[in-house]
Design a protein around this ligand. Structure first.
Ligand code: CP
Length: 310
Protein backbone atom coordinates (compact mmCIF):
# COMPACT_ATOMS: atom_id res chain seq x y z
CA UNK A 1 0.00 0.00 0.00
CA UNK A 2 1.57 3.29 -1.10
CA UNK A 3 1.05 5.94 1.58
CA UNK A 4 -1.01 9.04 0.85
CA UNK A 5 -0.68 10.18 4.48
CA UNK A 6 1.51 13.25 5.19
CA UNK A 7 -0.14 14.81 8.27
CA UNK A 8 1.32 14.94 11.79
CA UNK A 9 -2.17 15.69 13.15
CA UNK A 10 -5.65 14.24 12.77
CA UNK A 11 -8.02 17.08 13.65
CA UNK A 12 -11.17 16.63 11.54
CA UNK A 13 -12.46 14.63 8.58
CA UNK A 14 -13.44 17.99 7.06
CA UNK A 15 -9.74 18.54 6.26
CA UNK A 16 -9.18 15.15 4.60
CA UNK A 17 -9.59 14.01 1.01
CA UNK A 18 -11.57 10.88 0.14
CA UNK A 19 -8.23 9.19 -0.71
CA UNK A 20 -6.85 9.99 2.73
CA UNK A 21 -9.97 8.62 4.46
CA UNK A 22 -9.88 5.44 2.38
CA UNK A 23 -6.17 5.03 3.11
CA UNK A 24 -6.90 5.31 6.84
CA UNK A 25 -9.67 2.70 6.57
CA UNK A 26 -7.44 0.34 4.56
CA UNK A 27 -4.66 0.73 7.13
CA UNK A 28 -7.18 0.02 9.93
CA UNK A 29 -8.17 -3.17 8.10
CA UNK A 30 -4.57 -4.35 8.36
CA UNK A 31 -4.48 -3.51 12.08
CA UNK A 32 -7.76 -5.37 12.62
CA UNK A 33 -6.01 -8.50 11.32
CA UNK A 34 -3.23 -7.88 13.88
CA UNK A 35 -5.89 -7.67 16.64
CA UNK A 36 -7.22 -11.08 15.61
CA UNK A 37 -3.82 -12.80 15.94
CA UNK A 38 -2.62 -14.64 19.04
CA UNK A 39 0.16 -12.08 19.45
CA UNK A 40 -1.62 -8.74 19.18
CA UNK A 41 1.33 -6.44 19.81
CA UNK A 42 3.57 -4.87 17.15
CA UNK A 43 6.66 -2.69 17.64
CA UNK A 44 5.48 0.16 15.37
CA UNK A 45 5.60 2.90 18.05
CA UNK A 46 8.42 1.52 20.18
CA UNK A 47 10.41 4.44 21.61
CA UNK A 48 7.53 6.92 21.07
CA UNK A 49 5.66 8.51 23.97
CA UNK A 50 1.96 9.28 23.70
CA UNK A 51 0.15 11.58 26.13
CA UNK A 52 -3.57 10.94 26.57
CA UNK A 53 -5.01 14.25 27.68
CA UNK A 54 -8.76 14.11 28.28
CA UNK A 55 -10.36 17.27 29.64
CA UNK A 56 -13.88 15.80 29.14
CA UNK A 57 -15.16 12.40 30.31
CA UNK A 58 -14.73 9.36 28.09
CA UNK A 59 -14.84 5.58 28.34
CA UNK A 60 -14.69 4.09 24.81
CA UNK A 61 -12.37 6.63 23.18
CA UNK A 62 -9.88 6.92 26.04
CA UNK A 63 -9.62 3.21 26.73
CA UNK A 64 -9.37 2.22 23.07
CA UNK A 65 -6.67 4.84 22.43
CA UNK A 66 -4.70 3.54 25.41
CA UNK A 67 -5.13 -0.05 24.27
CA UNK A 68 -4.12 0.94 20.71
CA UNK A 69 -0.98 2.59 22.11
CA UNK A 70 -0.15 -0.53 24.14
CA UNK A 71 -0.66 -2.74 21.08
CA UNK A 72 1.72 -0.47 19.12
CA UNK A 73 4.34 -0.70 21.93
CA UNK A 74 4.31 3.05 22.72
CA UNK A 75 5.13 4.51 26.13
CA UNK A 76 1.96 6.06 27.58
CA UNK A 77 1.27 8.98 29.91
CA UNK A 78 -2.31 9.65 31.05
CA UNK A 79 -2.93 13.21 32.22
CA UNK A 80 -6.07 13.74 34.27
CA UNK A 81 -7.17 17.34 33.81
CA UNK A 82 -8.88 17.36 37.21
CA UNK A 83 -5.61 16.60 39.04
CA UNK A 84 -3.29 18.58 36.71
CA UNK A 85 -1.98 22.13 37.12
CA UNK A 86 -4.77 23.32 34.80
CA UNK A 87 -6.68 23.41 38.10
CA UNK A 88 -4.13 25.95 39.43
CA UNK A 89 -4.68 28.22 36.45
CA UNK A 90 -1.94 27.03 34.09
CA UNK A 91 -3.00 27.60 30.49
CA UNK A 92 -3.63 24.73 28.10
CA UNK A 93 -0.75 25.88 25.90
CA UNK A 94 1.67 26.13 28.84
CA UNK A 95 0.65 22.65 29.91
CA UNK A 96 1.32 21.29 26.42
CA UNK A 97 4.65 23.15 26.11
CA UNK A 98 5.81 21.70 29.44
CA UNK A 99 4.86 18.18 28.39
CA UNK A 100 6.61 18.76 25.04
CA UNK A 101 9.75 19.76 27.00
CA UNK A 102 9.68 16.20 28.38
CA UNK A 103 10.19 15.03 24.79
CA UNK A 104 6.87 13.34 24.24
CA UNK A 105 5.80 12.66 20.64
CA UNK A 106 2.00 12.63 20.37
CA UNK A 107 -0.97 14.13 22.15
CA UNK A 108 -4.37 12.45 22.06
CA UNK A 109 -6.68 15.14 23.31
CA UNK A 110 -10.35 15.58 24.18
CA UNK A 111 -11.45 19.10 25.08
CA UNK A 112 -14.79 20.87 25.58
CA UNK A 113 -13.76 23.88 23.47
CA UNK A 114 -14.25 23.54 19.70
CA UNK A 115 -10.92 24.15 17.95
CA UNK A 116 -8.71 23.58 21.01
CA UNK A 117 -6.79 20.82 19.23
CA UNK A 118 -6.27 23.02 16.11
CA UNK A 119 -4.70 25.68 18.35
CA UNK A 120 -2.44 23.13 20.04
CA UNK A 121 -1.44 21.48 16.74
CA UNK A 122 -0.29 24.86 15.40
CA UNK A 123 1.84 25.43 18.48
CA UNK A 124 3.62 22.12 18.92
CA UNK A 125 5.94 19.98 16.83
CA UNK A 126 4.29 16.93 18.41
CA UNK A 127 1.46 15.16 16.62
CA UNK A 128 -2.06 15.93 17.80
CA UNK A 129 -5.01 13.55 17.49
CA UNK A 130 -8.43 15.00 18.18
CA UNK A 131 -10.44 12.71 20.46
CA UNK A 132 -13.39 15.13 20.43
CA UNK A 133 -13.60 18.94 20.63
CA UNK A 134 -16.88 20.32 21.93
CA UNK A 135 -19.71 19.94 19.41
CA UNK A 136 -17.27 20.31 16.49
CA UNK A 137 -15.41 17.15 15.57
CA UNK A 138 -14.73 13.55 16.62
CA UNK A 139 -12.76 12.18 13.68
CA UNK A 140 -11.84 8.75 15.06
CA UNK A 141 -15.49 8.06 15.94
CA UNK A 142 -16.50 8.87 12.37
CA UNK A 143 -13.67 6.73 11.00
CA UNK A 144 -14.74 3.74 13.08
CA UNK A 145 -18.33 4.31 11.94
CA UNK A 146 -17.20 4.43 8.29
CA UNK A 147 -15.07 1.33 8.85
CA UNK A 148 -18.05 -0.55 10.33
CA UNK A 149 -20.38 0.52 7.52
CA UNK A 150 -17.86 -0.55 4.86
CA UNK A 151 -17.28 -3.86 6.66
CA UNK A 152 -21.01 -4.59 6.89
CA UNK A 153 -22.13 -3.28 3.49
CA UNK A 154 -18.98 -3.79 1.41
CA UNK A 155 -18.96 -0.16 0.23
CA UNK A 156 -20.04 3.36 1.25
CA UNK A 157 -20.58 5.04 -2.12
CA UNK A 158 -24.32 5.27 -2.90
CA UNK A 159 -25.54 4.10 0.52
CA UNK A 160 -28.38 5.94 2.24
CA UNK A 161 -27.40 6.82 5.80
CA UNK A 162 -29.76 8.40 8.32
CA UNK A 163 -28.28 10.10 11.37
CA UNK A 164 -30.98 10.46 13.99
CA UNK A 165 -31.16 12.56 17.13
CA UNK A 166 -29.36 15.51 18.65
CA UNK A 167 -27.59 16.68 15.49
CA UNK A 168 -27.25 20.25 16.71
CA UNK A 169 -24.89 19.42 19.58
CA UNK A 170 -23.16 16.45 18.01
CA UNK A 171 -19.51 16.31 16.95
CA UNK A 172 -20.21 12.71 15.90
CA UNK A 173 -22.90 13.88 13.47
CA UNK A 174 -20.69 16.55 11.90
CA UNK A 175 -17.75 14.19 11.52
CA UNK A 176 -19.94 11.44 10.05
CA UNK A 177 -21.53 13.88 7.61
CA UNK A 178 -18.15 15.10 6.33
CA UNK A 179 -16.79 11.56 5.97
CA UNK A 180 -19.92 10.04 4.42
CA UNK A 181 -20.36 12.83 1.86
CA UNK A 182 -16.70 12.63 0.82
CA UNK A 183 -17.11 8.87 0.26
CA UNK A 184 -20.29 9.29 -1.80
CA UNK A 185 -23.10 8.36 0.62
CA UNK A 186 -26.47 10.12 0.72
CA UNK A 187 -27.02 11.51 4.21
CA UNK A 188 -30.30 12.37 5.95
CA UNK A 189 -30.29 14.02 9.38
CA UNK A 190 -33.45 13.48 11.39
CA UNK A 191 -35.00 14.45 14.69
CA UNK A 192 -37.09 17.26 16.18
CA UNK A 193 -36.82 20.66 14.45
CA UNK A 194 -35.18 22.15 17.56
CA UNK A 195 -32.28 19.66 17.33
CA UNK A 196 -32.22 19.33 13.52
CA UNK A 197 -32.71 22.79 12.01
CA UNK A 198 -33.24 23.18 8.24
CA UNK A 199 -29.89 25.04 8.03
CA UNK A 200 -28.16 21.65 7.86
CA UNK A 201 -29.38 21.38 4.24
CA UNK A 202 -26.71 23.93 3.30
CA UNK A 203 -23.97 21.33 3.88
CA UNK A 204 -25.50 18.87 1.42
CA UNK A 205 -27.68 16.66 3.61
CA UNK A 206 -31.44 16.06 3.66
CA UNK A 207 -33.34 17.16 6.75
CA UNK A 208 -36.33 15.11 7.95
CA UNK A 209 -38.53 15.54 11.00
CA UNK A 210 -40.63 12.40 10.63
CA UNK A 211 -39.09 9.23 12.00
CA UNK A 212 -40.80 6.75 9.67
CA UNK A 213 -39.86 8.76 6.57
CA UNK A 214 -36.29 9.12 7.84
CA UNK A 215 -35.67 5.38 8.22
CA UNK A 216 -37.77 3.96 5.35
CA UNK A 217 -35.03 3.76 2.66
CA UNK A 218 -32.00 3.85 4.91
CA UNK A 219 -29.22 1.25 4.64
CA UNK A 220 -27.79 2.53 7.91
CA UNK A 221 -29.48 4.28 10.85
CA UNK A 222 -26.96 5.91 13.19
CA UNK A 223 -28.75 6.85 16.42
CA UNK A 224 -27.18 9.61 18.47
CA UNK A 225 -27.26 10.20 22.18
CA UNK A 226 -29.30 13.00 23.64
CA UNK A 227 -26.45 15.04 25.08
CA UNK A 228 -28.02 16.29 28.27
CA UNK A 229 -24.70 17.91 29.27
CA UNK A 230 -24.83 20.22 26.22
CA UNK A 231 -28.56 21.07 26.37
CA UNK A 232 -28.64 24.56 27.82
CA UNK A 233 -32.31 25.05 26.95
CA UNK A 234 -35.45 22.99 26.62
CA UNK A 235 -35.22 21.42 23.15
CA UNK A 236 -38.05 18.91 23.77
CA UNK A 237 -40.57 18.50 26.60
CA UNK A 238 -39.17 15.35 28.26
CA UNK A 239 -37.16 12.20 27.61
CA UNK A 240 -40.33 10.14 27.41
CA UNK A 241 -41.83 12.56 24.85
CA UNK A 242 -38.61 12.30 22.78
CA UNK A 243 -38.67 8.48 23.05
CA UNK A 244 -42.26 8.29 21.86
CA UNK A 245 -41.65 10.46 18.75
CA UNK A 246 -38.02 9.71 17.84
CA UNK A 247 -36.88 6.69 19.87
CA UNK A 248 -35.84 3.61 17.89
CA UNK A 249 -38.08 0.83 19.24
CA UNK A 250 -38.90 -2.64 17.83
CA UNK A 251 -42.07 -1.35 16.10
CA UNK A 252 -40.08 1.13 13.98
CA UNK A 253 -37.92 -1.69 12.59
CA UNK A 254 -40.96 -2.75 10.53
CA UNK A 255 -40.63 0.46 8.52
CA UNK A 256 -36.97 -0.28 7.66
CA UNK A 257 -35.47 -2.50 5.01
CA UNK A 258 -34.70 -6.00 6.37
CA UNK A 259 -30.93 -5.44 6.15
CA UNK A 260 -30.74 -1.95 7.65
CA UNK A 261 -28.05 -1.82 10.35
CA UNK A 262 -28.45 0.17 13.56
CA UNK A 263 -25.47 2.08 14.94
CA UNK A 264 -24.89 4.20 18.04
CA UNK A 265 -21.59 5.80 19.09
CA UNK A 266 -22.29 5.32 22.82
CA UNK A 267 -22.82 5.97 25.59
CA UNK A 268 -26.49 4.97 25.20
CA UNK A 269 -29.41 6.53 27.03
CA UNK A 270 -31.36 3.27 27.11
CA UNK A 271 -35.06 3.65 26.31
CA UNK A 272 -34.63 7.32 25.35
CA UNK A 273 -33.07 7.48 21.85
CA UNK A 274 -32.96 3.67 21.49
CA UNK A 275 -34.73 0.86 23.30
CA UNK A 276 -32.76 -1.94 24.91
CA UNK A 277 -34.51 -4.45 22.64
CA UNK A 278 -33.05 -2.72 19.55
CA UNK A 279 -29.67 -1.80 21.03
CA UNK A 280 -29.10 -5.42 22.03
CA UNK A 281 -30.93 -6.91 19.01
CA UNK A 282 -29.76 -8.62 15.84
CA UNK A 283 -29.56 -5.49 13.66
CA UNK A 284 -27.39 -3.61 16.13
CA UNK A 285 -23.66 -3.30 15.33
CA UNK A 286 -22.95 -1.11 18.35
CA UNK A 287 -20.36 -3.34 20.02
CA UNK A 288 -18.73 -4.08 16.66
CA UNK A 289 -18.24 -0.31 16.32
CA UNK A 290 -16.37 -0.38 19.63
CA UNK A 291 -14.20 -3.31 18.48
CA UNK A 292 -13.39 -1.50 15.23
CA UNK A 293 -12.42 1.62 17.16
CA UNK A 294 -9.28 -0.15 18.32
CA UNK A 295 -8.09 -0.94 14.78
CA UNK A 296 -8.95 2.55 13.57
CA UNK A 297 -7.05 4.21 16.44
CA UNK A 298 -4.03 1.96 15.87
CA UNK A 299 -4.03 3.09 12.23
CA UNK A 300 -4.37 6.77 13.12
CA UNK A 301 -1.57 6.68 15.71
CA UNK A 302 0.71 4.73 13.38
CA UNK A 303 0.19 7.14 10.47
CA UNK A 304 0.46 10.42 12.34
CA UNK A 305 3.49 9.21 14.34
CA UNK A 306 5.24 8.52 11.04
CA UNK A 307 4.88 12.23 10.13
CA UNK A 308 6.08 13.82 13.39
CA UNK A 309 9.42 15.56 12.79
CA UNK A 310 11.16 16.83 15.92
N1 CP B 1 -18.33 7.49 21.51
C1 CP B 1 -17.58 8.09 22.43
O1 CP B 1 -16.85 9.06 22.16
O2 CP B 1 -17.66 7.54 23.69
P1 CP B 1 -16.85 8.05 24.95
O3 CP B 1 -17.34 9.43 25.28
O4 CP B 1 -17.13 7.06 26.05
O5 CP B 1 -15.39 8.08 24.60
Amino acid sequence: METVWTRKDLLSLYDLSADEIIFLLDTAEEFKKVSERNVKKVPALRGKTVVNFFVEPSTRTRVSFELAEQRLSADIINVQASTSSLKKGETLLDTIKNLEALQVDLFVMRHASPGAQYFIAENTKCGVVNAGDGAHSHPTQALLDLFTIREKKGHIDGLKVTILGDILHSRVARSNIWGLLKLGAEVTVAGPPTLVPREFESIGVKVCHNLKDAVRDADVVNVLRIQHERLNASFFPSDSEYASFYGIKPGILDYMKPDTIIMHPGPINRDVEISSAVADGSRSVILEQVTNGLAVRMAVLFLVAGCVKK
